[in-house]
Design a protein around this ligand. Sequence first.
Ligand code: TYM
Length: 332
Amino acid sequence: MNRIFSGIQPSGNLHLGNYLGAIRNWVSLQESFESIYCLVDLHALTMPQDPDELRGNVREVTAGLIAAGIDPERCIIFCQSAVPAHSELAWLLGCLTPLGWLNRMTQFKDKAGDQRDSAGLGLYAYPVLMAADILLYKATHVPVGEDQKQHLELARGIAGAFNRHYGIDFFPLPEPQIFGAATRVMSLRDGRAKMSKSDRSDYSRINLTDDAETIALKIRKARTDPDPLPGTPEGLEGRPEAANLIGIYAALAETTQKAVCAKFEGAMFSSFKSELADLAVSVLGPLGAEMKRLVSEPAYIEGVLQRGSERAAEIARHNLSQVHTVMGLMRE
Ligand code: TYM
């Protein structure tokens, strides 16, 4: 049986990278897969969080997923900490994960920087918890943006290590699903840095709650180079900002970079940007408005999360109990 699992951190604003790299694909995949989408608040705790803000962000991101088109009747949407089996499986899998595998994780290196000794154990063990999230549901497919690829390779490695160690074909090796015209949306201020919630400049990203004026302003101010747009994607080589904006246009218009280059060949950025702003506002405007409406209905959002965690916990309980048996743990 095919089952999708994916997660998103409820840490601050949802942005265009989350939408184009992940959430939009989740919406299309719910048609053909049993889908489980998780607000990973335990992962968010690997960086400092204000408790009230964290709780508020779980609701806001849930509203964002529903506003984007994820159907809570068809999919399971739930909050990670509501299903304690995630933490337990993370411990169990951690006992089978060689430190050498974790030492290779680039996200830890990027986030810890030269403060390695003062970084938390949670930040280091983050990818093991992510593997536990996926394997707890025996998920077969994991739709994510490009930046999660290495973590998914680790999850596959851990699943394989478990199966080999116990001589049993227990966990499926989860397949990453990285697709669409914008699998890695870059910052509007620097075409070589990923668009991210943690960037200090709000001008680096388009938030799903930004109003039309703000979206247009951010696109107008986006960094570019002085040359006109090329007629083919090959002409974007060495032009990261141009490549990023063309990629965003293609993804929002649900077309290819090739078609966008052909359409705008020879155009200056000023005219391209104004068309991009109109397109972005037409796609994101209704989404942001619906998200704000849903945030003002906390009882509905909490109901969705409550039902989601009950359904998730049922699958989790079953699978974790089998893991206990395989590993030789006492169950009573
Ligand atoms: P997170 O919260 O950073 O991002 C959520 C999803 O958005 C994608 N994404 C992007 N895609 C394209 N361009 C960008 N600039 C961009 N920024 C973010 C991410 O790839 C992701 O798909 N570790 C994960 C959360 C997680 C998870 C999991 C994912 C926890 N457990 C299990 C899948 C399966 C994370 O921090 O995503």
